[in-house]
Design a binder for this molecule. Sequence first.
Ligand code: C5P
Length: 402
Amino acid sequence: MLRNKKIILGVCGGIAAYKAIELLRLLTKSGADVHVIMTRAAQEFVAPLTFQTLSSNPVHTELFNLIAEREIGHISLADRADLFIVAPATANIIGKIANGIADDMLTTTVMATKAPVLFAPAMNVNMFTNPIYQENEEKLRRLGYLFEAPISGNLACGWQGEGKLAAPEAIFESALAALTEKDLAGRTILITAGPTREEIDPVRYISNHSSGKMGYALARAARRRGAKVLLVSGPTALDKPCGVSVIAVTSASEMQSEVMAHVAKCDVVIKAAAVADYRPLARNLTKIKKSADSTTIELIKNPDILAGLGALDSGLMPRPFLVGFAAETDALAENAAKKLKEKNLDMIVANDVSQADAGFNVDTNRALLFFRDGSSSQCGLMSKDQLAGSILDHVVARLTQH
Ligand code: C5P
């Protein structure tokens, strides 16, 4: 996701400096070319060699370095950067930059760059709540600098409260957002993800192999592109995506209630969830005992949430742009095209779940996209993050005519 992106990672002197190593790893793993600048204090906490080894680039520590100065080091770094991240950012560095002081390699390069700058502050809670710090942060925000706010927790200094560096994953997510065009700004998107569970008795249920990965990838991608995202999720083992409102549900009926409660304010609904088609006719209040050699559970059809949305009367309520998924094991194209028509959708993402590298519970997918106007588009084998990007490209392109 960050291939061909040049990122400067500024590391300041705080105990959280060690967490910048994890952030560096996430950035390089995503393909970014990362150049690290460390303040003098940061080098007291972590050795530059660690960052040098993991970034495969020399670490910059001195403003006046005879070798680098041949090309005026801080200016050439500042000019070539796509994004500047300062993590952890101390009260000191934020105070200096807010007041125009550029007296070392890091502050000078931040002042010289035209790239977006993302600060991830970390400090003692009393420093964080100090009005001087707050005023400096406010000034930088006003000027367009980005912030990934610290979180509350036990601080290394023994205090408890706000000031803990945001999780490296959250900073990484904000870095991706900072580099993404906001073509979904002002839009509200509801995405459903994961399986549903239909209870048989207090200890058993019917479900399927959906991991939720595709829906969560869509939620992250939509948020990066500026959308307000509501993620209605069945039970999954995935981390809650940053900046997304997650509504946890268990059964298809619960999913239906939540979708219907929020649909009126949505521009787009993407139904990536693998909703169980049937549920037990009656849920046993106590655990069903083992006795006979065979047993039968009577099932009743669940409401088709997506078909219900497709049938909404657009005269009463503006109908959102509807995207369905079709997980098939055979006759992929025919089944998907039929579902698109029957459920009155704008777009359907069809994937062959009989293949080991696509569909349920894997990180990759390959899909065929069909549209209301009869056109289609093929997405070859790619990561679910990449497929989420392609799906949203098509949504954005068609949303204006919706
Ligand atoms: O008909 P089928 O279950 O294959 O359709 C799949 C699509 O319909 C998915 O987008 C799924 O989220 C949605 N669906 C639904 N409610 C159901 C069953 C499926 O919204 N009860």
